[in-house]
Design a protein around this ligand. Structure first.
Ligand SMILES: Nc1ncnc2c1ncn2[C@@H]1O[C@H](COP(=O)(O)OP(=O)(O)OP(=O)(O)O)[C@@H](O)[C@H]1O
Ligand SMILES: [Mg+2]
Length: 499
């Protein structure tokens, strides 16, 4: 039995109006992979921010290897061997990989940075991580997965003994996730302690030794992964039973009426010859690996990107969609994948952010009806289990997953007949996932139709009536509900030919 490397002792943290952490105590053992889980807003990121010196005002104590920690800032923590692989990687894109890794700690020769030593050291770490990029590459050329590897390289450069990962797989492909898990296992084999936050329960069972559950800022328990089941975990996270799997409660809502027909849509150099139709009341899934250009197709369809050729018919009428505004006017709404950057305005409340894409709905004779906007927000906050539900709360101060719910709410407010969801449940907790699935079915029942781009196979399989599988900008196959299974989808997603 190894000894505690971190002891959280009665940690409390209050933000104006919110008790984010309430007397949380538990130990993390040296060399283990320790999961931290809980619903959106449970306090996970806040606890990590305290561990990493990002917040230095809190009650209680953090002990690291028998010493009380008193970090004044993140740099102090890094110097003590505690590094963080961020939820959103923040890198300086016009510097090289080597410069980013060593930033602020570059080896020097006299007054000057010793680039040769720096790059050699960084390259040896990149090799250890089996990265294909080099220290001399520009960060702007890296993919999301590669940027994350860069963050890990940075932690190793600082000889971290404790590394935390806050939802590291949310933006990764299957392959990148596999690679990341291999690296995490290797870190563990080298005696490094890992703290891991994820909303994907399967991942916890795959790589974590122990799991700590937080609920409403309070410690619920620490469990051995081997002694837990999915259902027990969910129960302790949300305090009630929720459906753990994506499934249709109402599968028979698809009608014969075609609401959208897309003919040979192309964007030269990106995707080509995409043709499909969407029926009223159905969910049409778009599956594929990252790089398959699913997001590009739906963006072009909505008018956010240019298309080079192709035709779109909406309810039989030829559409002209060259901007998102035209898309919206012709009844198409897109709930974007990257909700952090395309989603909400920083200094606005939840009610205002949710009303943002549908101002017309709330204005008469040029006046905005604030009460209507607030009522709209209250109703959606209920549906989406927003936490806190307060319409006057600043969206920016919500936890990551709750910010996503606000952006979902914003697009649901627009009330278009065709809704495109791009990764609808990324970053949201199990309870909210189930709510979002239910909401989708309510939309279908109300006569709407849904296109859903999703990287989570269980979600695509569980929710879709039909699925279009893409590979490198091409449509590989259309599958019907009864043909859906992981193996078949992956076969086509990897470019496999017709079986
Ligand atoms: N800077 C802030 N100002 C005000 N309130 C905040 C701030 N940061 C977090 N909170 C609040 O503290 C609580 C905990 O948030 P935290 O980000 O730790 O949640 P989380 O468990 O990481 O959730 P998620 O899974 O959604 O990322 C939430 O109620 C959130 O609204
Ligand atoms: Mg968080």
């Amino acid at each position: 039995m190894s000894k505690p490397i971190i002891s959280f002792k009665t940690i409390s943290k209050t933000f104006p109006g919110v008790k984010a952490l309430d007397s949380v105590s538990f130990d993390v053992l040296e060399g283990e992979i320790h999961a931290l889980i809980g619903e959106n807003g449970a306090g996970k990121s806040t606890l990590l921010n305290i561990l990493h010196g990002i917040y230095n005002e809190y009650e209680g104590e953090v002990w690291i290897e028998g010493n009380k920690a008193a970090f004044k800032n993140a740099n102090d923590a890094i110097k003590s061997g505690i590094s963080k692989v961020h939820q959103e990687v923040s890198l300086i894109s016009d510097l090289t990989v080597g410069q980013n890794v060593a930033l602020g700690h570059e080896p020097r020769k006299g007054m000057f940075i010793d680039f040769k030593t720096m790059n050699a050291k960084v390259d040896s770490i990149l090799q250890r991580l089996r990265c294909k990029f080099k220290s001399s590459d520009l960060v702007s050329t890296l993919s999301t997965g590669e940027m994350q590897m860069l963050s890990i390289a940075k932690a190793l450069f600082h000889e971290a003994r404790i590394i935390s990962f806050d939802e590291p797989t949310a933006a990764l492909t299957e392959n990148e996730t596999r690679a990341l898990f291999e690296i995490i296992r290797e870190l563990k084999a080298n005696g490094i302690t890992v703290i891991f936050i994820s909303h994907r329960l399967d991942e916890l069972f795959e790589i974590c030794d122990r799991i700590t559950v937080l609920r409403d800022g309070k410690f619920v328990g620490t469990y051995l992964t081997g002694e837990m089941t999915r259902q027990k975990l969910i129960q302790s996270m949300v305090g009630r039973d929720v459906a753990a799997f994506a499934e249709r409660k109402k599968p028979g809502l698809k009608t014969d009426e075609i609401v959208l027909e897309v003919k040979s849509l192309s964007r030269s150099g990106v995707f080509e010859n995409i043709s499909f139709h969407l029926n009223k009341g159905e969910i049409l899934g778009f599956s594929g690996l990252v790089g398959s250009k699913r997001t590009d197709v739906v963006r072009a369809l909505f008018g956010a990107d240019r298309k080079t050729s192709g035709e779109i018919f909406i309810k039989g009428k030829k559409g002209r969609i060259n901007s998102p505004k035209q898309g919206l006017m012709q009844g198409i709404g897109l709930i974007p994948e990257n909700r952090k950057t395309q989603g909400f305005i920083r200094n606005m409340t939840n009610a205002d952010n949710m009303g943002l894409a549908a101002l017309k709905k709330f204005s008469r004779l040029g006046f905005i009806n604030q009460k209507q906007k607030i009522d709209n927000c209250k109703q959606l906050a209920d549906n989406l289990q927003l936490n806190p539900k307060d319409p006057e709360y600043m969206t920016y101060n919500l936890s990551g997953g709750n910010q996503q719910k606000v952006v979902l709410g914003k697009w649901l407010t627009t009330n278009t007949d065709i809704l495109i969801f791009d990764e609808p449940t990324k970053g949201v907790d199990v309870g909210a996932k189930a709510e979002i699935y239910r909401l989708m079915e309510e939309l279908l029942e109300a006569g709407k139709s849904i296109i859903m781009v999703s990287s989570e196979l269980p979600e695509v399989i569980g929710m879709s009536d039909r699925v279009i599988v893409m590979h490198e900008g091409k449509m590989m196959k259309e599958l019907h509900r009864h043909e859906l299974d992981e193996e078949t989808i992956l076969h086509y997603a990897m470019g496999g030919s017709v079986k």
